[in-house]
Design a protein around this ligand. Sequence first.
Ligand SMILES: [Fe+2]
Ligand SMILES: [Fe+2]
Length: 151
Amino acid sequence: MESILATIKAEHEIIREALSLTAESKIDLKRELYQTARDLLIYHMMSEEVSIYRKLETEDVNTAALIHKLYEEHQEVKEDLQRLNLLRCEDPHWQIFLYQLMEKVEDHSMKEEEDLFFEAKEDYSRSELVDMASDFHQGKHTNRHLIPTSI
Ligand SMILES: [Fe+2]
Ligand SMILES: [Fe+2]
């Protein structure tokens, strides 16, 4: 079984690819590619929150502060997505906002792979991290209905 850290890292790569494809695509395919990337991102963030964030936020003060910061970044990403949802892809600002989102997602993913993974390895055993991977996948499944269609 795979640890949650490997799962998260693999999803970061998929999201990175999906956002790049969107940025590089022709205008007539952009909206559809964007929607796929956006859904991947939303499910990914939600799954992190119900699995690893929820566990680590109850650890020491420094870890709790890190998790608090990561939650804030998820919120910023959601706000960026809402901004993109409201504009047409043909709008010249759309591509600029997409690049801003990509940069934010990249920084956030790096912070998770460095700081979050470091804390997780300090506080949890390999088998606990494997258990968290099933919480991660379950969260994705059970929380699907909570996603407002406007996001
Ligand atoms: Fe995240
Ligand atoms: Fe992530």
